[in-house]
Every structure is written in structure tokens, then in C-alpha cells.
Design a binder for this molecule. Structure first.
Ligand SMILES: *Cc1c(COP(=O)(O)O)cnc(C)c1O
Length: 351
């Protein structure tokens, strides 16, 4: 039976005797070694952390299980979040699992189809807001302070605590911390969480060092890179379409303390990486996730990554979340044929 991250890493988490040890089987996700892309880039050891293998298809479940356990411990009956999709899918799933009601505020027109499908299926109360993510987040922060409703966005420190378990898993799987950790940056909770996890593992002598943190934003929504709030963030990668990251300051700390970088990648670079991962590695992640690989490739090209060192790219969510975007890389025509085997044979032989 799967233990879940609360049980597995309880000594590192804010767990009390009153914390319910809930799980949907989050964590323990695969760390897959790259063959073809690593070879193309001349990298000695490149790995992908497949966070799309979590119960709702993104890393958000790691933090959500901790935040929801804490909400239950403090007698909350309702969860609330603002979300570009994955946080709402995760909140709705854990809410359903724990018999809590879940309210999600989603910015209009900015949410991938698979994610909203999940929130609907899990029975969340969905409010579509005619505004962007940052405006929705401001509202849920205010509403949770007015009412006994648990805010489960990553401004909730318990989210960060749960999410740091991914750094433990990466280190456990490799036997030590990697040299570089490449990760997409939206609200910047995840880069904050990984950095916290890597530091704690080093302090407790589970690892001998910490990685350089390489965070990547999308060009059209790169407030940290530009050093200013972006009023109307734009990118195809909806999970990182955020103009005013909640964990901005701690992302800068992760960058600076680790000797890393936070850089931007274009939508074209993101789509190219999204396609390469699928075509070269058999890994279908969502576009936001591919930003880590796009950024890694850009950094290799710039000479910022030592090719003999160990590189881990975090693939934050599943490609099935955003099925519409696959049309952007659909370059093999779909052909419709009758039932004549000769026609099918001819089609195959002409490929
Ligand atoms: C939430 C999310 C991100 C961004 O993570 P932050 O913690 O907001 O920086 C990236 N990719 C996916 C798939 C996500 O769901």
C-alpha cells in the first residue's frame, strides 16, 4: 500500500499527533534517465522528475495533502484557492477525499481543458473570474481572512512544506543531491520548496551538497527576470502565466544562495522542448513543465551547465492536462481510410 508523503517524510514535516495522515498516493514519482536528449546535448547524466505521475497529474498534490491535513487539524470545513488549473484540480481532489467543500476561483479563458475537467469531476464549486490569476489570488486571500475558510494556495506555508518532499525524493533516488535542478517558475512556490528541501537534506547529512537552482519563466510573464510586476502576463504555458509571484522574494533567495539563475524562455522554445520530450523521450508533459527543459537547453548552449555534472529537470505536470495545445506540434497528418487492407498497406509503406 502506498504511504504518501506525510507518512514517508513525517520527521521533516509540521505533523502533530492531531494531524490526519491522509493520502491519495502522492509522491514517490519516477526519476527517469534521459537517453536521446542527453546524447543530443552531450550531457553525461540528465534526469527527468515526472511529477505528472501524482494522483491529479501535477506536483501540486504534494503540498495540497499537507495543507489539507493542516486545515482539517484546525477544523476547517471549506478549502479555497485561486488557480490557473492544477491547484484547483488538486484542492478539489483532496477536498472530496476528506469530505470538505472546495471553492476555486479560476481566471476566465486562462485554464487548460483537462484541469477544469478535473475540478468539475471532483465536485468543486467553480467561480470563473473575469480577471487574471493575480486578481483572483488577491480575492481569495481577503476572503479567507474574513471567513473560516482554509486558503490552499502556495502562500499557505504548509503547501511549501509538502512540496519540498520532491527534493528529498530526487536526492534519495540519486544517492546525493544533483548538481543542477531546472524548474519552471510561476508563483515561485515550487522553486522555494525544492530549495528548502535540499537545504534541510544537507543539514541533516542526507546529502553532501545542494544543487544550483535554475528557474525558468516564460518570456511574456517573466516578472522576476525583468524585476517588475507584469500587469498582463502572456504565455501558452498557462500554469506559469503569473505576473506577480507570491513567493518572489524566496525565489530570489533560492537563486542567490544556490549560485543559480532565473531566466526566461520564449513560447517557441517551450513548444520545441515540449515536442522534443515527447518525440525523443516518450514523455508527454504540459507546456509549463517543458519550460524547465527549454531553459536547461538554453543554459547548456550558453555554457552555464557543466556537461559532466548531474542535471535534473522537474516536469511539473502531465501533458494530458492541456490536450488542445498538442495541435501546436501536430505535424504528422491524421489520415482516414476505408476498410481496404491494400489502402492501409499503401499508406504504411509510404510513411
Ligand atoms: C503550479 C505549476 C507550475 C508553477 O509552479 P509555482 O510553484 O507556481 O512556481 C509549473 N508547472 C505546473 C504544471 C504547475 O501546475
Amino acid at each position: 500500500m502506498t504511504q504518501g508523503v506525510l507518512q514517508t517524510y513525517r520527521e521533516f514535516l509540521p505533523i502533530t499527533p492531531a494531524t490526519p495522515m491522509i493520502t491519495l498516493g502522492e509522491g514517490d514519482t519516477p526519476l527517469v534517465r534521459s537517453h536521446r536528449l542527453a546524447e543530443q546535448l552531450g550531457l553525461e547524466s540528465l534526469y527527468f522528475k515526472l511529477e505528472g505521475s501524482n494522483p491529479t497529474g501535477s506536483f501540486k498534490d504534494r503540498g495540497m495533502v499537507m495543507a489539507v491535513a493542516n486545515a482539517i487539524e484546525h477544523d476547517s470545513k471549506t478549502l479555497i484557492c485561486a488557480s490557473t488549473g492544477n491547484t484547483s484540480a488538486s484542492a478539489a481532489a483532496y477536498g472530496a477525499h476528506c469530505n470538505l467543500s472546495t471553492v476555486v476561483l479560476v481566471p476566465k479563458g486562462n485554464v487548460a481543458r483537462g484541469k477544469i475537467a478535473q475540478a468539475i469531476a471532483y465536485g468543486a464549486n467553480i467561480l470563473v473570474i473575469n480577471g487574471n490569476f493575480d486578481q483572483a489570488l488577491t480575492m481569495v486571500r481577503e476572503l479567507s481572512s474574513r471567513h473560516p475558510i482554509a486558503l490552499v494556495n502556495s502562500v499557505n506555508p504548509y503547501r511549501i512544506e509538502g512540496q519540498k518532499t520532491a527534493a528529498f525524493e530526487v536526492s534519495d533516488a540519486l544517492g546525493d543531491a544533483p548538481d543542477y535542478l531546472c524548474i519552471p517558475v510561476g508563483n515561485a512556490g515550487n522553486i522555494t520548496a525544492y530549495w528548502k528541501g535540499f537545504k534541510e537534506y544537507q543539514e541533516t547529512e542526507h546529502t553532501t551538497h545542494t544543487p544550483q537552482m535554475f528557474g525558468f519563466q516564460a518570456e511574456g510573464s517573466a516578472p522576476i527576470v525583468r524585476g517588475e510586476i507584469i500587469e498582463n502576463p502572456e504565455t501558452i504555458a498557462s500554469a506559469i502565466r503569473i505576473g506577480n509571484p507570491a513567493s518572489w522574494k524566496s525565489a530570489l533567495e533560492a537563486r542567490d544562495e544556490s549560485g543559480g539563475i532565473i531566466d526566461a524562455v520564449t513560447d517557441e522554445e517551450i513548444l520545441a522542448a515540449y515536442k522534443l520530450l515527447a518525440r525523443l523521450e516518450g514523455i508527454f508533459c504540459e507546456p509549463a513543465s517543458a519550460a524547465s527543459v527549454a531553459g536547461m537547453m538554453k543554459s547548456v548552449a550558453k555554457g552555464l551547465i557543466d556537461k559532466d555534472k548531474m542535471v535534473v529537470c522537474v516536469l511539473t505536470g502531465s501533458g494530458l492536462k492541456d490536450p488542445d495545445l498538442v495541435n501546436q506540434i501536430a505535424d504528422i497528418p491524421l489520415r482516414e481510410l476505408g476498410t481496404e487492407i491494400d489502402d492501409v498497406e499503401r499508406a504504411i509503406l509510404s510513411m
